[in-house]
Design a protein around this ligand. Structure first.
Ligand SMILES: *Cc1c(COP(=O)(O)O)cnc(C)c1O
Length: 239
């Protein structure tokens, strides 16, 4: 099956982006939050021109879910410097390419992956910022460590000098009513707050949760990174 994406015109992207930023601000205000949340514009399956367009509009954080696709975009992208987030599942055999490319890897969910990141980051003389992805909803189809595995992997990550855990990432299942994701986000937030005590002061800063469908609920439950693609760039269509 050919997977095709319909990219909105630039004018539409600008409008959509501003609408998302407004909805983010409203969601945060609705629960009295005065801190800030970061919008990661998810450009996966969209051409580099989409990256350049949001960068022109002031977006500085972009998210990709495949290493190869991101690499092609990074090579051809022209514009102001960006912070690149890897949000999709990372295979161990892609770590070698991913480490030099990404500022923050959201999808770390095993010791094996941590070991490989440590190895590659050491070679690059880099300390790789990562988030631990937890499968709070226990979806069999989703990646992410289980809540039971989390303490052990968290403590193991602390022993690696070239890996710096910065927080937690969580995906909720798709519910028709995003309200149903709220309890999942709440558990993720509790894990995130608890995690702070295990690391150096200020190290744990990011709670990445919320996508097009549920980012407002995520923000109400404490997310400070949301990853939004469809609502900015348009939906996926099948040929
Ligand atoms: C695709 C993707 C997103 C963005 O999803 P939208 O529904 O298009 O906003 C966010 N997070 C991850 C991990 C993704 O793979």
């Amino acid at each position: 099956m050919v997977f095709k994406y319909r990219l909105k015109g630039n004018h539409m992207i600008e409008e959509s982006l501003h609408a998302i930023q407004q909805r983010m601000a409203d969601a945060m205000a609705s629960v009295g939050r005065v801190d800030t949340a970061l919008l990661v514009a998810v450009t996966k399956n969209h051409p580099v021109s989409a990256v350049e367009e949001v960068a022109r509009l002031g977006v500085t954080h972009v998210g990709e879910n495949r290493v190869q696709e991101a690499k092609e975009k990074q090579l051809t992208y022209k514009g102001p410097a960006l912070t690149w987030h890897l949000i999709g599942h990372l295979q161990v055999n892609k770590v070698r390419q991913a480490v030099p490319m990404f500022d923050l890897i959201h999808s770390v969910d095993s010791r094996k992956l941590l070991d490989e990141i440590e190895k590659v980051a050491t070679k690059h003389d880099k300390v790789q910022d990562v988030l631990l992805q937890v499968n709070v909803a226990r979806e069999a189809s989703k990646t992410g460590m289980s809540v039971e595995e989390f303490p052990e992997i968290r403590d193991y990550a602390k022993t690696l000098p070239h890996v710096r855990v910065r927080g937690l990432m969580c995906m909720a299942p798709f519910f028709d009513d995003p309200e149903e994701a709220r309890p999942i986000f709440r558990v993720a937030n509790a894990l995130y707050e608890d995690m702070k005590g295990y690391f150096e002061e200020g190290q744990i800063q990011y709670l990445s949760m919320g996508m097009t469908h549920d980012f407002e609920v995520a923000l109400e439950e404490g997310a400070n990174i949301v990853r939004v693609g469809t609502a900015i760039f348009g939906g996926r269509v099948y040929d």
